[in-house]
Design a protein around this ligand. Sequence first.
Ligand SMILES: Cc1cc2nc3c(=O)[nH]c(=O)nc-3n(C[C@H](O)[C@H](O)[C@H](O)COP(=O)(O)OP(=O)(O)OC[C@H]3O[C@@H](n4cnc5c(N)ncnc54)[C@H](O)[C@@H]3O)c2cc1C
Length: 286
Amino acid sequence: MKVVIIGAGLAGITLAYLFKKEGVDVVVIEKDFVGSGETGYSTGVFPLEKDVLEFYREIEKYTRCYFQPVIYDHIRNGKRGKSVYIDGYNFSYYTSIVLEKEGVQFEVMNPFYRFRINGNRIKSAVTKRGEFRGDIFIVAAGASSPFIVNGMNMNFRWIRSLLLKPRKKFETVIYDEFVIKPEGERLIIREEKGEKVKVEVDVVNKVRGVDENFFNVVASYLEREYPDLMDASIERSWASLCSETGDPVKRFERPENLYVFAGFGCYGFGIIPGLAKKLVMEVLNG
Ligand SMILES: Cc1cc2nc3c(=O)[nH]c(=O)nc-3n(C[C@H](O)[C@H](O)[C@H](O)COP(=O)(O)OP(=O)(O)OC[C@H]3O[C@@H](n4cnc5c(N)ncnc54)[C@H](O)[C@@H]3O)c2cc1C
């Protein structure tokens, strides 16, 4: 299998590493240099959560570099906590160097232009310096991703949703307009643009430890409050995929070998490792 990834930021590099680890051939196409996007400018704070930390430690061992220089205390919502800074630019740059030595092909300073599509499958990615064939294509081009997908005239609407939970039992669910977050014994449903609405859900005991119930509760709330959203078929939502056309009639089908791995906002360093693992598993398991 050969995977073509567009974008060499935190998302693209993390995917390249995980696919390579699974023995998959990988090509990364980057219009500038590795880490030149948001990744290289970010403050790179992430929560001190076991599996997130473990992932970055794994990369540190892999590259023999040290990317987590500062652990600092913070007080958030009146609670004390600890976070870590990671050096996003060096993380992506040095990881790419080791990956390249191990056979991952990096096409830097080589902008992607468009996909060549045959039926409902992408055949190749057309770039400034030529065409790259592959079995799976992943757009991990950060903020440019919607333009790339829209450039295919697919009329996608962004639906950011992290419905599957990469890191722990109760993961935050993020949509365009609102965030659903477990907080203690409650689900907090916060509208991004409006007032913070606290919704107490009286099923915590039933929910605890049973993921399906958690989602049933969320789904019934959404069904009641956002009926339009429930009509939307959100596909592969674990990967923040923009998957739904705003029109009632789909004009183009999404090619079946296309994934979009973007839209992490200011949570990339905490969210990407877990979601990338899910995406890799999904691709490998068909
Ligand atoms: C100031 C700032 C502070 C931040 N602080 C934090 C923080 O503390 N904690 C946290 O978790 N997150 C933080 N973030 C967010 C975090 O940086 C992002 O979530 C993460 O870097 C996104 O990575 P990415 O790979 O999706 O995107 P990017 O890093 O933008 O990578 C996308 C890549 O795709 C390439 N590309 C685009 N178009 C094309 C094309 N046509 N052809 C080929 N390549 C293309 C770009 O050049 C780029 O290299 C911050 C961001 C900023 C700007």
